[in-house]
Design a protein around this ligand. Structure first.
Ligand code: NAD
Length: 257
């Protein structure tokens, strides 16, 4: 892919799922990768996988809902690799299925803090470094839930609609300043997000990622995390040099239905 070799990328939530696959993909394309996650063991495992493949990576312990912690993540990129060119602001959580009146305030706050405030905090820290370095590209991980409503998942849906709106607005702010800002909207993807979800009824049969959800996917299957990584790498690459402010559904045709 054009324009990734020799660059520096940060990926949040890179200890698992889509983030891990994206970190591995950036490294395979020749970028040095800051692997950022709240889960230290999993993040360090991603670094090992990259190094085993001959790539360069470093782990940073980050809670994306904490702006100071996020600033340290970006500082690490600059101190370790001399700058920052790309970011996939990807860390996210899913709470269990709950109607709006059953959502606990604590769960609402935590989900919005990680999924929406976290993306803002990352961009706030990343953008000045990218601009100063002559430009860059950001891809935020939204969701199909950022494009349509889903009963029982209103806090998650609200957070992901927020990510889509934030992406559009920041793209406009930076369109003339060398930084492109896009998002991906994954459909159901085989990751640990369901196992990692907390709160709500946590009834697996009502979660969006079990096999019953696949009837809504025209391609009839869930995605592999690597299929998200490919789209994220493309949006960072020079092949996407005139694309900014968009949310790309990577969803087996779901958004077209
Ligand atoms: P995952 O649970 O496999 O990975 C998420 C990673 O984020 C984990 O390593 C976790 O430790 C990390 N994380 C959680 N909270 C964090 C925090 N506060 N700070 C830093 N790291 C944190 O899930 P995934 O499916 O790979 O999710 C990645 C993104 O993709 C999320 O934003 C999710 O909403 C989005 N997404 C996933 C799907 C899907 O079907 N899996 C669909 C649409 C969107």
């Amino acid at each position: 892919m054009n324009g990734l070799d020799g660059k520096v990328a940060v990926v949040t939530g890179a200890g698992s799922g889509i983030g891990r696959a994206t970190a591995l993909r950036f490294a395979a394309e020749g970028a040095s990768v800051v692997v950022a996650d709240i889960a230290e063991d999993e993040g360090k495992e991603t670094v090992e996988l990259i190094e085993d493949d001959g790539g360069a990576a470093t782990f940073v312990d980050v809670d994306v809902s904490d702006a100071e912690s996020v600033q340290r993540m970006v500082d690490t990129a600059v101190e370790t690799y001399g700058g920052l060119d790309f970011a996939n602001n990807n860390a996210g959580i899913l709470t269990g299925f709950a109607e709006v009146t059953d959502i606990e305030e604590e769960n609402w706050d935590r989900l919005l803090d990680v999924n929406l405030k976290g993306v803002w905090a990352c961009m706030k820290a990343e953008l000045p470094v990218m601009e100063e370095g002559g430009g860059g590209a950001i891809v935020n991980t939204a969701s199909e839930a950022g494009l349509v409503g889903m009963g029982g998942l209103s806090s998650y849906v609200a957070s992901k609609h927020g990510v889509v709106g934030l992406t559009k607005s920041v793209a406009l702010e930076y369109a003339g300043r060398g930084v492109r800002v896009n998002a991906v909207a994954p459909g159901p993807t085989e990751t640990n997000i369901q196992a990692n979800s907390r709160g709500g009824s946590a009834d697996p049969s009502s979660m969006p990622f079990d096999t019953s959800a696949m009837v809504n996917v025209p391609m009839g299957r869930a995605a592999k995390p690597e299929e998200m990584a490919g789209a994220i790498a493309f949006l960072c690459s020079d092949d996407a040099s005139y694309i900014t402010g968009h949310t790309l559904p990577v969803d087996g045709g779901q958004a077209a239905d």
